[in-house]
Design a protein around this ligand. Sequence first.
Ligand code: GDP
Ligand code: MG
Length: 440
Amino acid sequence: NLTERLDGVFRKLRGHGTLTEENIAEAMREVRTALLEADVNLQVVKEFVASVTAKAVGKEVLTSLAPGQQVIKVVYEELVSLLGTHSESLRLDGRQPVVIMMAGLQGSGKTTTSAKLARLLKEKGRKPFLVPADVYRPAAIEQLHVLGEQVGVPVFASSTAQKPADIARQAEAQAVAAGYDTVILDTAGRLHVDEELMAELQEISRAVSLSEVLFVADAMTGQDAVTVAAKFSADLEITGVILTKMEGDARGGAALSVKQITGRPIKFVGVGEGLDALEVFHPERAASRILGMGDVLSLIERAEKVVDEKKAQQLASKLRKNTFTLEDFLEQLQHIKKMGSMEQLMSMVPGINKLRQLKDAPQPSQKELLKTEAIILSMTRTERANYKIINASRRIRIAKGSGTSVQEVNRVLKSYALMLKMMKKISGKSAVVKDGQRRK
Ligand code: GDP
Ligand code: MG
């Protein structure tokens, strides 16, 4: 896999230093091959490699990461950012009922996915209404009726004699009358994109106000999915993408390309024929999949943990020696800002993970953290080393210096003192555990 390949490339470079254009060029060739093998569109690969190169060059190599791993980290992060960084939900707010239209080629999975989506929305407490608008094949209408029955969602009684835009309009009116809040339009597809199909979809979009136009693409078709996506998004205001048949060997390259080409988020992925096989799209998982290694995440996590563990050990030793100063508190705050939570850091300190209440304690907001940081930064070194000397006049000075108030300075000192007390208790406990025997 890619990890192994890159490790080989960088074996000779193990150690410290920075990443240079030369030493990452070789790695980029490997990345390029891996992405192309994963069926990512060539143009997308080119842009991707250029952007990763720009980001990786000159980056300091984390001591805990081999350079090859460092590149993988950059590649991985870039992949995630391209794929959308976070999961996107459906637009279901606003005027009810909302209308969702499925669009895509024949066989991409529109009808199946309509039913899957209806099932999912019903589970969430919504009242979906399935509407067959594929009037060319009676079997298609029948198919949606069968699926609707299976998921227990009502299906509009379309007829092949109607125009799809009329079906949409009538179905919307019926939804209003019956109190359904989500209309799901299953449209016709063709084997290839043609103008008639696009005209029909555009007509539907004029007939009703669409909250979502979901482009459904078969991930197994790889490059074709990309071409089709480009054509659909040129003619239609697509709001999101659903990739089907993602459970197979399709390595997810289509995901990267389709997202890049349409500029629209991937909202769901189909992972099987069963009606429960629809999942919210997770960019991180897809990124690992494209890299062809489920372990890339854990690799990065492990590497980052080494750094954090070192910090945690220092912290633990300070706690034992009772030398945890405001200076350490400041460093920890900065660390929390990076790591996202206090709990993550504390969980690495021996003995602390047993303290459940830490987990339930409210997490300080980013704003609070910044304020606290500013307050500690306004203290002198002597004050940070010994908070007990911080009397009233010093508090006023610190408040002025940090642009806060005396009350806020008091609050920080109080919470520090409280933390100190708590830590003393914990570190005492962990010493007992460590020695393996009870002390009197
Ligand atoms: P449509 O022509 O776009 O409406 O496509 P259909 O919904 O009729 O689906 C075509 C075929 O793809 C059917 O056999 C579905 O069972 C299958 N299918 C749809 N989604 C998935 C999926 O996520 N995984 C798998 N394995 N098959 C799927
Ligand atoms: Mg269909």
